[in-house]
Write a protein that binds this ligand. Structure first.
Ligand SMILES: O=C(O)C(=O)C[C@H](O)C(=O)CO
Ligand code: ZN
Length: 280
């Protein structure tokens, strides 16, 4: 089987308080997303958000509908965002090909039937990271190059949180139903992302950490602001953040991550910030 998937259910914050390390990791951590010649998908019941990884090597890989969708094709009722974190690759959507270089993205609207992924080089493949959410209408497909993104600088070296945030799939760049995606890169010497931390009860979120050196790690914090937990994460791993949870991390080196969100609104700035000195 070239397409593999698993399902994650939603949990109440009251229940999550009692999870031990392995239960916390089983419920929220997503490992082994990027495997050669495979499409790996995780279907979360938080906003029915799908997190995926596609690594085409010897042949093209086709995105098939998975059983939980009970759909004739994957995008029958969904939209899709793809960011290539590997080498040059191509995504073909109903016969139209989009070449995605490293850190380029593609938005694919509801209703597109045949989505295929390929790499220019089998030995240096594309690494397609994907997020997909239910969609109520069909918006045009759009490639988002590195020059199309909205870039903001956040944090400062003094607070170890200097970082560059790039908005790829937001409604000021591309028409979308509910999906938002972007990428944040820590500046050398800074370790903290998303600090001050925030929650947004209106949206869930998934973070995918990459560019984490092999022998380094990111400690990701989740949970209600006064009841936090942590998960140690390695390169190319993702973590599901429920709407009631903070999502913030500190790395033992600089790193990047892709954030993806879905839910009640498309307002990137709709966040309830937490006072750093009140976190528990
Ligand atoms: O570094 C940051 O801050 C982020 O990247 C925050 C995410 O974009 C986010 O959590 C949006 O809700
Ligand atoms: Zn957030």
């Amino acid at each position: 089987m070239k397409t593999q998937y698993n399902v994650r259910y939603a949990a109440s914050p009251q229940d999550v308080k009692s999870y031990d390390t392995s239960r916390l990791r089983d419920e929220f951590l997503i490992q082994n997303l990027l495997e050669p010649n495979k499409i790996n998908l995780v279907y979360s019941h938080y906003d029915r958000f799908i997190t995926g990884g596609v690594v085409p090597t010897e042949s093209a890989l086709k995105l098939e509908a998975i059983d939980p969708l009970k759909a004739d094709y994957f995008l029958e009722r969904r939209e899709l965002g793809i960011i290539n974190v590997g080498e040059t690759g191509t995504v073909t959507v109903d016969g139209t090909s989009y070449v995605l270089e490293h850190k380029e993205a593609l938005y694919v609207g509801k209703g597109n039937k045949v989505i295929e992924f390929s790499s220019k080089s089998e030995n240096n493949p594309a690494l397609f990271y994907m997020n997909s959410t239910p969609a109520h209408m069909s918006y045009p497909n759009k490639k988002i190059g590195t020059e199309d993104v909205e870039v903001i600088q956040l944090g400062a070296p003094e607070t170890a949180n200097a970082r560059t945030l790039r908005k790829y799939i937001v409604n000021s760049v591309v028409d979308v139903c509910q999906l938002q995606m972007g990428m944040t890169t820590l500046k050398p010497g800074s370790s903290w992302n998303t600090m001050p931390a925030h929650v947004h009860d209106r949206r869930m979120e998934v973070y995918f950490y990459f560019e984490v050196p092999e022998d380094q790690a990111v400690c990701h914090f989740m949970g209600q602001p006064q009841e936090t937990r942590h998960l140690w994460m390695g390169n190319n791993e993702a973590v599901i953040s429920p709407p009631w949870s903070i999502h913030s991390g500190s790395g033992t080196s600089s790193y990047s991550f892709i954030w993806g969100m879905a839910g009640e609104n498309l307002d990137y700035g709709d966040m309830d910030h937490c006072k750093i000195n009140e976190l528990k």
